[in-house]
Write a protein that binds this ligand. Structure first.
Ligand code: NAD
Length: 262
């Protein structure tokens, strides 16, 4: 699908992998609707990139917030007349914790809900609300394609590490949803793909200790470095452009398999 003159809705677009995707799709002629909790960063990105971008403050774990952000971005799309061609729900959080701690206390349910509501329900909610505005567009591509959903899974969907129970559950769900969405949306000419990065440089991983980051770098086969935003964004671009990519979760990990212990 062509990127130029189509709108891409990107949650988590104010930082890290989402931001790299915003920059890349914008550089290739796309219109970008950024949804993020962080209004300061989101507005900064819009003033930097200027034309063809808009920021909508939203908490993807809050259904009313997602709903009002989608209504606002749909108004923007009506104004620009550049129909929604893609949804990239990249907003996500880690928040590690084992189900039971060393004092034999179960993890607070709110900690599990926080991760699941952002990484799983928030992803489904954003896609769900954008879809009615994609299924009704006039197909512009030779195959009758209308759009693509590119979700962000993780290597935790395959080899989750200790303390990643909620995160792995959410990212495993994203991986499992991919084929179902591809099947459900095929009749509309909408594809669904997900990308499973390993350790990538971003706001999320910058918060890890130097020791953990060094150990993670040691488990890469090749290249022996963390992934960069640009590596991720190029994969998203390929997912948008290649119509045969559908229903698959693609590992983007330099052949890394996350170990149980670092
Ligand atoms: N960086 C990695 O190594 C890595 C690996 C695998 C998967 N991922 C996934 O990539 C995605 C992007 O993460 P990142 O590493 O770029 O992190 P990041 O922290 O740099 O960016 C995440 C963005 O999401 C936003 N966000 C967080 N909670 C939100 C909410 N409730 N509502 C709206 N926006 C919210 C943040 O404000 C931030 O701008 C996440 O889904 C993450 O799980 C990252």
């Amino acid at each position: 699908m062509q990127i130029k003159d189509r709108t891409f809705v990107i949650s988590g677009g104010a930082s890290g992998l989402g931001l790299a995707t915003v920059r890349d799709l914008h550089a290739h002629g796309g219109y970008i609707a950024i949804l993020d909790l962080n209004a300061e960063n989101g507005n900064k990105v819009v003033s930097e990139l200027g034309d063809r971008t808009a920021f909508f403050e939203a908490d993807v774990s809050s259904p009313p917030s997602v709903s009002s952000a989608v209504s606002a971005l749909v108004e923007w799309v009506k104004h620009t007349k550049k129909s929604i061609g893609g949804v990239i729900p990249a907003a996500g959080v880690g928040f590690p914790g084992k189900l039971i701690d060393r004092h034999n206390e179960p993890i607070p349910l709110e900690n599990l809900e926080l991760v699941l509501n952002i990484n799983l329900r928030g992803v489904l909610d954003l896609i769900r609300l954008c879809l009615p505005h994609m299924t009704t567009t006039t197909p512009t591509e030779p195959d009758g394609e209308r759009g693509v959903i590119v979700m962000v899974s993780s290597s935790a969907a395959y080899d989750g590490q200790p303390g990643q129970v909620a995160y792995a559950a959410s990212k495993g769900a994203v991986r499992s949803m991919t084929l179902v969405l591809a099947r459900d949306l095929a009749q509309y000419g909408i594809r669904a793909v997900s990308i499973a990065p390993s350790y990538f440089e971003s706001g999320m991983t910058a918060a890890m200790s130097q020791k953990v980051r060094k150990s993670l770098e040691g488990v890469f086969e090749f290249p022996r470095r963390p992934g960069k935003g640009d590596d991720f964004a190029r994969m998203v671009r390929h997912c948008v452009e290649n119509p045969m990519l559908n229903g698959e979760c693609i590992r983007l990990d330099g052949a890394t398999r996350m170990p149980s212990r670092l």
